[in-house]
Design a binder for this molecule. Structure first.
Ligand code: PLP
Length: 428
């Protein structure tokens, strides 16, 4: 495969940006090699600057439920552009999006739009702290909630101890208000609440953790979190930035019927444009400025072109209900690969939920927490990744990231993918 132009651009990019990228995983550090510079995309395919074509299972990290350049979205965006692209004033377009969400998702009474998942989560936590008058928050090991300071932390040395910074530049003072709990572990969480119950403003979780593998949680565990929150007057935040509108219109809250006090959406919400939100009960959201004392603002928030893309995408979802078909496609992929691995006596499994799948190695059990991910994950995935990339398949470039399926992945495309997978798997 010719990648000369990507190589040249990467060398230039490294001179002007850290690692040549604007978000770390794009640099291929997790798999090695040269990141492909993408020139354009269409349907299920990415095209790089050297004119190579790849079947895309990264899909901009989830947002593109209907594949690249969905025609309906493209037309609506062009029309929105022709009216103007930033007003810095109230406008009707975001209103329609917010009304749709609050109408369809009854656990959300009011929302505030922002431009990234990071902002949404950071703001939701601010609201939780303001509402409870408490400082501490609980997050789970292996869940990602964006790069705001209080969430870039790792577990302390002992259970229920203050966390320590997981990034240079985060102060121990900030980290100490976050407690990191293991996923899939009722006992540890109970212990933390026993020790700190009266200080916990909120528990935040990805109800379908999908940023460190796909660590599907038992529903009883999610129930337990909700119960402990209720008993201790702490708020529950579901970070559905990745699962919202992806696994169901109402994300994991709809799937499990466990409803959080506050929720965050992003990724799919903008249909591939930067739109995110935090929302929840009226009393909580009315703590936000200009009504309440919690300050949060955004110069380019609720961008009219971006919210149009989101609105068209969500309406299309409601009209077409693509979830059963997407799940069927994903099941087919998982079943084929799992059978293939067994036939060839290769220790590889696909964990999947709705239209999200994750390839794991060397584990017989379902992996539900970070500590259960075998140490071979990175190295084995890197091998498989490159064998697939060579054959024109683009998975997310890290063994700890998940893959996504879109409606643009036709049966023919999926069959071709599985054929390529059968060829690639021999490198393991
Ligand atoms: C992607 C993601 C974020 C961060 O969103 P950005 O738009 O990248 O800031 C936060 N939480 C979850 C669960 C995510 O998947």
């Amino acid at each position: 495969m010719e990648i000369k132009k990507s190589q040249e651009l990467f060398e230039r990019a490294k001179k002007v940006s850290p690692g040549g990228v604007h978000s770390p995983v794009r640099a291929f550090r997790g798999v090695g090699g040269v990141p492909r510079f993408i020139e354009k995309a269409e349907g299920a395919y990415l095209y790089d600057v050297d004119q190579n074509r790849y079947m895309d299972f990264c899909l901009s990290w989830g947002p593109l439920l209907f594949g690249h350049r969905d025609k309906e979205t493209e037309e609506a965006v062009k029309e929105a552009l022709s009216r103007g692209w930033s007003y810095g004033a109230t406008e009707p377009y975001s209103l329609e999006l917010c009304e749709l969400i609050t109408e369809k998702l009854p656990w959300i009474e009011k929302v505030r739009l922002v431009s990234s998942g990071t902002e949404a989560v950071m703001s939701a936590i601010r609201v939780a702290r303001a509402a409870t008058g408490r400082n501490k928050i609980i997050k789970f090991e292996g869940c990602y909630h964006g790069h705001s300071d209080s969430l870039l932390v790792k577990a302390g040395s002992g259970l229920a101890e203050a966390a320590s910074p997981d990034s240079a530049g985060v102060t121990p003072g900030t980290a100490k208000d976050t407690i990191v709990a293991p996923l899939n572990d009722e006992k540890s969480l109970e212990e933390i609440f026993t020790n700190f119950g009266k200080e916990i403003a909120c528990v935040i979780i990805e109800p379908l953790p999908a940023n460190n593998g796909l660590l599907i949680q038992r529903e009883e565990f999610l129930e337990k979190i909700k119960e402990l929150c209720r008993q201790n007057n702490s708020l529950l935040i579901f970070d559905e930035v990745i699962s919202g509108f992806r696994v169901a219109f109402g994300g994991m809250a709809e799937k499990t019927k466990i409803y959080p006090d506050l929720v965050t959406y992003g990724k799919l919400l903008g249909g591939g444009f930067p739109v995110a939100l935090y929302g929840g009960k009226k009393e909580l959201m009315d703590l936000v400025a200009p009504v309440g004392p919690v300050y949060q603002a955004g110069t380019l928030s609720a961008n009219p072109v971006a919210v149009t893309a989101g609105l068209v995408t969500l309406k299309k979802i409601l009209r077409e209900n693509p979830y059963p078909i997407l799940e069927e496609k994903t099941n087919k992929i998982a079943k084929f690969i799992n059978n293939l691995a067994q036939e060839k006596n290769i220790s590889l499994q696909v964990q999947h939920y709705a239209s999200i799948f994750w390839i794991t190695f060397d584990s017989k059990e379902i992996i539900r927490s970070q500590k259960d991910i075998p140490a071979t994950q990175k190295e084995k995935f890197a091998k498989l990744f490159h064998a697939l990339l060579e054959r024109g398949v683009y998975l997310a470039p890290s063994g700890f990231e998940v893959s996504f399926v879109s409606t643009a992945h036709s049966d023919t495309i999926i069959e071709e993918f599985l054929h390529k997978f059968s060829e690639a798997i021999v490198v393991l």
